[in-house]
Each structure stands twice: as structure tokens, then as C-alpha cells.
Design a protein around this ligand. Structure first.
Ligand code: FMN
Length: 415
């Protein structure tokens, strides 16, 4: 695939679709049940409008930012995505290398094909480690210890998948565990020779990060079965105290969708949260993450760093989340489509496309500094289902004037 020809993320998605067998493309492009959340995340972001201020003098736009003491070239990074080894050989290494080259963070999933220890050296300082707490506390402890020893720069605890959701498309496609293909899928995959060659020669479906917890010589299927058996449906906020004790670096809770949970995370010592609905892979009746973001920012103020993911396919989506109080934004599928289509070059293309769109959009709305992006620049669509007492941040009066932008601003932006 010639990823340099991709004009936008939708083009990269089409290139990924061409390269992958249907069952594998569906794995990354689907979500749970009726895929309502997957669609809603995108639709609700698109329903927001940006308000341009003219004659602001914007010869240079600055999207670089600092997060947890580290400088990044922009205010978005790559979200954790597990079980994607089957998509393309070494796909996590490609994502990490692309993130490193672009100076953005990459969160490696706790369900990764490559062990964290193998990924971090390819992208020193770039990789954060995502954790699904295991039902065996000794394994959880070891996963945290390994993250520290390997040099992960932040720990992200995902809390929004206490049980596995149901993915109708994957079930219908007959993709087995481990990633075994039905006869129909095998025949269809013959139409995708570059993928099938990798599949036949590599161990793409192996969950390398968990290999050390099973007897030596275990098959991919045995590793996966053990991983699935460690699903911790019992986890509670008490786990957070343990993690805080074990992990001294930035601790982030991912999968928060309301102010009360965000406050709880802050009280128990989290440094940050990611407002997220797992990109539609969890509860299919969850709200769009963008609709919950302003209320959460209003609830926690500056007590912790509020980050966001869900539905970002354009640079303007990331800007809208920034305007509504997210200090940092993560992209899942947008980067994955790129990496699936073209490995590191494709992931780099996805990052470059989004950065370019952010730059142009900042110019077009007359905002030179990303720290000055605020609620003044965005109009929220009606959301009648949200509680009436939520402040309408778009109408909140100015707290202080900031350089590079005029108008109103909101709590939490620009910390
Ligand atoms: C294929 C795939 C696998 C994912 N696996 C994980 C995971 O292992 N851990 C996790 O916290 N989130 C996981 N997610 C959710 C993402 O981290 C992120 O919340 C979501 O993709 C954001 O939505 P977007 O894809 O619309 O950007 C996964 C998402 C995808 C698409």
C-alpha cells in the first residue's frame, strides 16, 4: 500500500481494508453488539462546531505540549490496542517506532503480542504501559514491576471492561480463540496474499506479554486461554490503593465516564484519567465520550489531568476535545488503520495527517497556542439526556484572557 497517497484517516482505513482479510479487518473496525457507541463517538464529535475568530495573526501555530513532565510534539498520542498482533507482523513495534519518531506517547496494551520489554527499547521514553489487573494479585504485581523495570513512563489502568463484551461481527465471522480461521475465512484470506504470507510464516496471534506466566513451550492458544482465565471481574477501587503503592510514576485510570468516578480516582491518588468508553468495545449503551467530557472536567477541576479518547478521526476532533477541557487526546483506530495498511510508514502517515489537520484548524479558528484552546471556540450540540445541572461550559464567562486566543476559557484547560 502506498500510504503517502492517503489524504486522510478514511483513506488509510480503506487501504487497511484492502490489505486485510475480512475477518481481520472486522476485528479492528467493529465494536460490541450493535456498534452504537462506535458510531455515536464519531457522530457526536462531528456534531460540534468550531467558532473562528478572524484577524488574529496566526503565522505559526504551536501544538507542542508537556505532559507529566515530558515534552511532546502535539497533544495526542496512541491509545492501547490489544490482540492486534494478528493484524500485521510486529504491528506494535511499528506503532511504537512511529510514535517515537513523531515525539508522541504510545500506550502499549497489556494484551500485546510483543512483551513490553521488547517494545520499550525500540522507543525509549515513549511507551506507557496499560494494565488489566489480573485475578491473581501476584501477576498484577509482577506486571507493574515489569513496567517499571522495562522503563514505561506511565501506567494506565483500564477499568471499563470488568467482563468481556459481545462482538457480534467477530462471532459471526467465526474467528476462533486463538485466532483460528474458519474454512470460509481461509478461502477469503487467499485474496489478501501479503497478509496470508505473514500469517503462515509468523506467530502473529501469540500474546507475548503473557508468555512468561505459562509453562515454557506453551502454544499461542494456551497462552491466550491462561490470559482469559485471569480476567478480574472482582476488581474494585481498593486495587487502586495497591497500584498507587506499587507504581511511583504517573498513574492513569482509563475508562472513566462520570464525575463521581473521576473524583474517586483523584481522591485515591491517580495523576490522570482517560475519559473513554473503550472505543465502543465495552458497554454498547454507553454515552459518547465527548458528551461526558465537560461534566467530568467541571467535577475534577485541576485535581488531576483529564485526557480523552473515542471517535477521533480528524485533527479537528482532537481540537474539540482540547477545547472542552481534555489536556491530552488519544487515538485508537486512526493509528491502527495506518499501521495495518503500511506498518511504521502507515502509522507515521496517520500521525502526520492528524498533526497537519490540527495545525490548519488552529489557523482557521485563529488560535496560535494550543494552551489557549477553550470553550469559547466550540459550540456543543444539544444533548437533552445530560443532567440539567451540568454547566454549559460554552457559556461560562472568561476566567482570564490568554495569549494567542480571545474569548472565554474553561477550568482545567492549559494546565
Ligand atoms: C482493536 C482494538 C483493541 C483495543 N484494545 C484495548 C486494550 O487492550 N486496552 C484498552 O485499554 N483499550 C483497548 N482498546 C480501546 C482503545 O484504547 C481506545 O479506548 C479506543 O480505541 C478509542 O476509540 P477510537 O478507536 O475511536 O479512537 C482497543 C481498541 C481497539 C480498536
Amino acid at each position: 500500500m502506498n500510504v503517502s497517497k492517503a489524504v486522510n484517516i478514511a483513506d488509510l482505513r480503506l487501504q487497511a481494508k484492502r490489505r486485510l482479510p475480512k475477518v481481520i479487518f472486522d476485528l479492528v473496525d467493529s465494536a460490541s453488539e450493535d456498534e452504537l457507541v462506535l458510531a455515536k463517538n464519531i457522530e457526536r464529535l462531528r456534531a460540534h462546531t468550531l467558532i473562528a475568530r478572524v484577524l488574529q495573526g496566526v503565522p505559526k501555530r504551536e501544538q507542542a505540549t508537556t505532559l507529566f513532565g515530558r515534552p511532546y510534539s502535539t497533544f495526542f498520542g496512541i491509545a492501547p490496542m490489544g490482540m492486534i498482533g494478528i493484524v500485521r507482523k510486529d504491528i506494535e513495534l511499528s506503532l511504537a517506532e512511529a510514535a517515537h519518531a513523531a515525539e508522541v506517547p504510545m500506550i502499549l496494551s497489556g494484551a500485546s503480542a510483543h512483551a513490553l520489554e521488547k517494545v520499550v527499547p525500540k522507543a525509549p521514553g515513549t511507551v506507557w504501559s496499560q494494565l488489566y489487573a489480573a485475578s491473581d494479585p501476584k501477576i498484577t504485581e509482577d506486571l507493574v514491576r515489569r513496567a517499571e523495570a522495562a522503563g514505561a513512563t506511565a501506567l494506565v489502568w483500564t477499568v471499563d471492561l470488568p467482563v468481556y463484551s459481545k462482538n457480534d461481527r467477530t462471532i459471526r465471522n467465526g474467528l476462533g480463540i486463538p485466532a483460528t480461521l474458519s474454512l470460509g475465512a481461509k478461502l477469503e484470506s487467499l485474496l489478501h496474499p501479503t497478509w496470508i504470507k505473514e500469517y503462515l510464516t509468523g506467530e502473529m496471534a501469540k500474546m507475548g506479554h503473557w508468555e512468561c506466566y505459562v509453562p515454557k513451550g506453551s502454544s499461542s492458544g494456551e497462552i491466550l486461554k491462561f490470559y482469559l482465565s485471569q480476567k478480574n471481574s472482582m476488581q474494585s477501587w481498593t486495587e487502586m490503593e495497591t497500584l498507587r503503592r506499587l507504581w511511583k510514576g504517573p498513574l492513569i485510570v482509563k475508562g472513566i465516564l462520570n464525575g463521581e468516578d473521576a473524583m474517586r480516582a483523584a481522591e485515591l491518588g491517580a495523576d490522570g484519567i482517560i475519559v473513554s468508553n473503550h472505543g465502543g468495545y465495552g458497554l454498547d449503551r454507553a454515552p459518547a465520550s465527548i458528551d461526558m467530557l465537560p461534566g467530568i472536567v467541571a467535577a475534577v477541576g485541576s485535581r488531576l489531568v483529564v485526557m480523552f479518547d473515542g471517535g477521533v478521526r480528524r485533527g479537528s476532533d482532537a481540537i474539540i476535545a482540547r477545547c472542552l477541557g481534555a489536556q491530552f487526546v488519544f487515538v485508537g483506530r486512526a493509528a491502527l488503520y495506518g499501521a495495518a495498511a503500511g506498518g511504521m510508514a502507515g502509522a507515521s502517515r496517520a500521525i502526520a495527517v492528524l498533526k497537519d489537520e490540527i495545525d490548519r484548524t488552529m489557523g482557521l479558528i485563529g488560535c496560535a497556542l494550543n494552551t489557549s484552546l477553550g470553550a469559547h471556540a466550540v459550540r456543543r450540540p444539544a444533548a437533552p439526556w445530560l443532567p440539567a445541572e451540568l454547566p454549559d461550559l460554552a457559556l461560562e464567562p472568561a476566567r482570564a484572557s490568554r495569549p494567542g486566543c480571545v474569548g472565554h476559557t474553561i477550568a482545567g484547560v492549559g494546565r
